[in-house]
Write a protein that binds this ligand. Structure first.
Ligand code: KIV
Length: 271
């Protein structure tokens, strides 16, 4: 059976639907999206969430990092995606320096929601101050721990996070604090699979993994990586779903099915 959406299911998923999926043990699929054409295709296949990621700075704009991406860019791409979406839940990234204080975060999150049509915003790091302020204003938030691409100039290079005991324990504490502050989802990027499994089982909110093993509640990949297109080398934790697919729609469906059946990520895509 494929899980292409039937007309009866074509209403936007909500955070309640995603929480219910975690509760009943149903894996949640997510892909990044940046424009209306891909948004419509991803939605048609039945992928549960679309993340308008600031990875667009690299895969769409051709920058070396996500740092040059502006709130204006994010609003533009989020609008393009939301214009063509019927069912998938839409998360939009707050870009670099757009949440330096809780008030600035709320102002920019409001733009992503009011002008862009996002249902939730994502911000990097254990920014409990911003998360609780946004949640108090009625703005749903997705936390992001592990590898934080907006901090690349502090990190020096993109690498797995939470490998030693102290870092792993801190990430577990940060995850609990984000949930406590009201985050509705948590994304873990480039985290050892055992740690991601522990965090996913301890939290009640759905945990999305990218390079974080198969035991997360949800999986996300950068669309251009899994379609094997673009300017940057595909990371080890991604997979070329175009291989063996007749067209892009088939590749997206192969990813969606692999996530739903816990066939992706495999050991070779995990740390
Ligand atoms: O910007 C992005 O695409 C992300 C990834 C972790 C999926 O945040």
């Amino acid at each position: 059976m494929n899980s292409y959406s039937s007309p009866a299911t074509l209403k936007p998923l909500s955070i309640i639907d995603l929480a219910a999926m975690k509760q009943r043990g149903e894996k949640i699929s997510c892909l990044t999206a940046y424009d209306a054409g891909f948004s419509a295709l991803i939605d048609k296949v039945g992928v549960d969430m679309m993340l308008v990621g600031d990875s667009l700075g690299m895969v769409i704009q051709g920058h070396a990092t996500t740092l040059p991406v502006t709130v204006r860019d994010m609003v533009y791409h989020t609008r393009c995606v939301s214009n063509a979406r019927q069912r998938a839940f839409i998360i939009a990234d707050l870009p670099f320096m757009s949440y330096s204080t809780p008030v600035i975060a709320a102002k920019n999150a409001a733009k992503l929601m009011q002008l862009g049509g996002a249902q939730m915003v994502k911000l990097e790091g254990p920014r409990i101050d911003c998360v609780s302020f946004l949640v108090d204003q009625g703005i749903p938030v997705c936390g992001h721990l592990g590898l934080l691409p907006q901090s690349i100039n502090q990190l020096g290079r993109y690498k797995v996070q939470g490998k030693d005991r102290a870092a792993a324990e801190k990430m577990l504490v940060d995850a609990h604090q984000l949930q406590q502050a009201g985050a509705g989802l948590l994304l873990l990027e480039c985290v050892p699979a055992v740690l991601a499994k522990e965090i996913s089982s301890q939290l009640t909110i759905p945990v999305i993994g990218i390079g974080a093993g198969v035991d997360c509640d949800a999986q996300v990949l950068v669309l251009y990586d899994m379609l094997n297109i673009g300017t940057v080398k595909r990371p080890r934790f991604s997979r070329n779903f175009m291989s063996g697919a007749a067209n892009i729609e088939e590749a997206i469906n192969a990813y969606h099915q692999a996530v739903k059946q816990s066939l992706f990520p495999a050991t070779e895509h995990s740390f």
